[in-house]
Ligand binder design. Structure first.
Ligand code: ACM
Ligand code: ZN
Length: 764
């Protein structure tokens, strides 16, 4: 026996037993969504393998979830040094509410259901370093700041939607998404499973849904508005097997997330009709759609279709225990129904007025079927067409009017207006954003959303169950791109739904989002970071104009130049508004003491003759698209020509408008130009016509009204220029703008009023 060797081994053993891994310091409470009451207290709790668990049986599932997390960090839980106590407390009214008390010797969680306790645990996880959640932390103990939280959600429906038809993602990604919903205390996953471009759920009775409807021949390249359309020539598709669906539903259930499937009807059903042409009105073969949009081949309202849909739903109901089943209902053109013998016979035999009432018949008949199976339907707000099915819940997406109408008639509503909840819209107006469908919905606008429409009184507001972010995936071919569009805006959706208005604060939220980046990094999430971007704005006072620069996060410098050069660490630090007295190009960026953090912001200011003048519009812009008010039309700044939702564009829904600019005194001018947005997929049309006229100080016409008429275009914008050969004197400039009118059949949004979007009016 070699004494020396054993001695060394013994020494190593002792050294190792005493080599404590370091303990982790308490982190600042930075919880998203913000708890409704949080008090920080003195002292800390040390979470370690010595922490003992005591719990009431009712909360056992959550204790098991917590135990598995702790075990993966510290090994087996054996000790008795301090306690985490899970208390079943049926005095707590709301099953989703919880109390969390962190004291030096004990953490107490009170809840009246596992769901509430689960949310307490999610809060606790956010009080720990990000590495705790994925088990990658290597430590003996973690300190937690003492505090007291009393928390409950503002709304009972806190949802996220995902379209897996335009593009499809693996089951593991769906689970990762559900994990994040759970972390953010969201309780509903709306799984959009069928579309014109693909059918994604296995239905055993109809094998052609798997063979044919699940695959499209190819996919549109680039943006829909890029003409002519080009295709990639690659077959695309797939579907989730029923076993996979079961796995997702069970996974979600363990995380207190309800999965609501959406089976679209009567529209957005071209893939199913491609598989079974007899489900359409014409019986003709169609293809699974290869581009985006609204398609005229919808389900025929004949018995065979209803039999098919009932069979499909029978299998769907077996897989999804959710109380609600989403039946779509949106964007169903009535073209085929108008000329179909079967549909017309149905209209007659049921005593219906027209095809809109046939839509109502369709939805109501399917509702009856689902009600008979103990389920309730949700439909997009088009289900209000021709009357509302008796027990339906309305998902309001075309603004909030549908929600108001439904709530006033005693129906539940879920708010998902495009203006605040469509996460497929651009989140930044910088030029290098990845291709998106259009629009502009920055983080702050999502955060500002109040799901209760102003038009509802307190009693009617009870019908608003909550809101939901929607992720339509036409332009999201990869998981990374879905995450880029979802984060960080999903954090805002979570807080909109959970945190009461009086406890919300955007500045504070942004600080938490910045801090949350590290958590998202650890969880391997491809979030967008626009926090270090700069916002600029013109202000005018007594005819003098100034430019203001702001950025979201604290403790950093904005540096800028006015000569068109790139800002550097040596450039001037912005401290107060920059006076503007001539046309100029401002470049600015956010810096810390070492380097530039975000992208360079560039603003060209065109100091034309109307900048700082008085302007009035006879209508208010729509509250979802106020731009920077009427003054924004003469602030020397032109908005993006790819994002109509920015601060420069004003949106009007269906109104004719009259704009008057008062130059303050008579001035010599020669030309006036302005610009309108055109995005027919988003229901935005250039005006039917625009008139312009000029008046002097005595209100006498100095130049009679001239008119420029609508011309069909496919580009994003329509600029008009009234350019005169001679200089002339005027004080007032009057624009009369005629809205396009009602959107014609066959176009997206057919039958709805068109929007008018206008930007800078440039006077020279
Ligand atoms: C929708 O965006 N078509 C509901
Ligand atoms: Zn028909």
């Amino acid at each position: 026996m070699n004494f020396k060797k054993n001695y060394i081994l013994l020494f190593l053993l002792i050294a190792c037993l005493s080599c404590k891994k370091s303990e982790v310091k308490a982190i600042q409470a930075q919880i998203i969504p913000a708890p409704n009451s949080l008090k920080l207290l003195k002292g800390q709790f040390l979470l370690s393998s010595e922490t003992h668990l005591i719990y009431d049986e009712e909360l056992e599932p959550v204790v098991a979830y917590w135990k598995s997390l702790v075990t993966s960090v510290f090994g087996l839980n054996t000790g008795k040094s301090n306690i985490i106590r899970f208390v079943f407390d049926d005095a707590i009214q709301n099953p989703e509410a919880y109390r969390l008390n962190v004291k030096p010797e004990e953490i107490t969680i009170n809840a009246s259901s596992s769901k509430g306790a689960f949310y307490a645990v999610q809060t606790l996880i956010q009080l720990l370093p990000p590495e705790f959640a994925n088990g990658s932390l290597n430590t003996d103990g973690i300190y937690i700041q003492n505090l007291k939280i009393e928390d409950e959600p503002r709304f009972s429906y806190r949802g996220m939607h995902l379209d897996v038809a335009r593009h499809m993602y693996p089951i593991d990604f769906i689970k990762k998404h559900i994990d994040m919903l759970a972390m953010l205390k969201m309780n509903t996953f709306h799984w959009h499973l069928t579309e014109d471009q693909g059918w994604r759920i296995e239905i055993k009775k109809y094998p052609k849904l798997q063979e044919i409807a699940a695959y499209r021949d190819e996919t549109l390249i680039g943006h829909y508005s890029d003409q002519p359309h080009q295709f990639d020539g690659k077959k695309y598709g797939g579907y989730y097997t029923q076993d996979e669906v079961k796995e997702v539903v069970a996974y979600a259930q363990e995380r207190f997330v309800t999965v609501i499937p959406e089976i679209e009807m009567p529209g957005h059903s071209q893939a199913a009709i491609a598989a079974y042409p007899q489900l359409g009105c014409t019986g003709e073969q169609v293809e699974v759609a290869t581009k985006w949009g609204v398609f005229e081949d919808i389900y025929c309202a004949k018995d065979e279709t209803f039999d098919f849909l009932e069979d499909v739903l029978d299998e769907v109901l077996e897989l999804f225990p959710s109380k609600y089943i989403h039946i779509g209902g949106d964007e169903a053109p009535k073209t085929r129904w108008k000329t179909c013998d079967n549909c017309q016979a149905r209209i007659k035999s049921e005593g219906l007025k027209d095809e809109h009432e046939l839509q109502n018949y369709f939805i109501t008949r399917m509702e009856k079927y689902l009600n008979s199976k103990g389920r309730q339907i949700i439909g997009w707000d088009e289900i209000l067409e021709g009357g509302l099915a008796p027990n339906a819940t309305v998902m309001s997406w075309r603004g909030t009017e549908g929600a108001v109408e439904a709530a006033k008639s005693g129906h539940n509503v879920i708010m998902t207006p495009t203006s605040h909840c469509y996460l497929d819209y651009y989140q930044s107006d910088t030029d290098d954003e990845p291709l998106a469908i259009g629009g502009y919905l920055p983080l702050e606008k999502v955060y500002s959303f109040n799901p209760i429409p102003e038009e509802l009184n307190e009693e009617e507001a009870q019908y608003v169950l909550g809101s939901q972010g929607n992720i339509w995936t036409e332009y999201m071919p990869t998981e990374a791109q879905v995450e880029y569009m979802a984060y960080p805006r999903i954090l805002a959706i979570a807080e909109v739904n959970w945190t009461k208005s009086e406890n919300k604060n955007y500045e504070n939220f942004v600080t938490r989002v910045e801090n949350f980046h590290r958590r998202l990094d650890v969880l391997n999430i491809n979030y967008a970071n626009h926090l270090y971007e700069i916002e600029g704005g013109m202000t005018s006072e007594n005819g003098r104009s100034f430019y203001e620069l702001t950025t979201l996060t604290k403790g950093k410098d904005i540096r800028y130049t006015l000569d068109g050069t790139e800002p550097t660490l040596n450039s001037e630090v912005y401290t107060s508004q920059i006076p503007i007295t001539e046309s100029v190009k401002i470049k600015a960026a956010v810096f810390n003491s070492e380097k530039q953090l975000g992208k360079t912001f560039t603003q060209t200011i065109n100091y034309h003759k109307a900048v700082g003048a008085k302007i009035t519009i006879d209508k208010e812009p729509h509250k979802s698209y106020p731009g920077s008010g009427a003054e924004g039309l003469i602030n020397g700044i032109s908005g993006s020509d790819t994002r109509y939702g920015d601060k420069e564009w004003l949106g009007f829904w269906g109104d004719d408008i009259e704009i008057t600019i008062d130059l303050g005194k008579e001035k010599k001018i020669k030309s006036v130009e302005t610009i309108f947005y055109n995005a027919n997929g988003q229901w935005i049309y250039i005006p039917d016509g625009v008139q312009i006229g000029f008046l002097n100080s005595k209100n006498e016409i100095v130049f009679p009204f001239v008119e420029q008429l609508f011309e069909p275009i496919t580009r994003n914008t329509w600029g008009i220029n009234f350019d005169y050969d001679e200089w002339f004197i005027t004080r007032y400039i009057v624009f009369k703008i005629r809205n396009y009118g009602v959107i014609p059949e066959g176009k997206q949004g057919a039958g709805n009023k068109a929007w008018t979007f206008i930007d800078e009016i440039i006077v020279n």
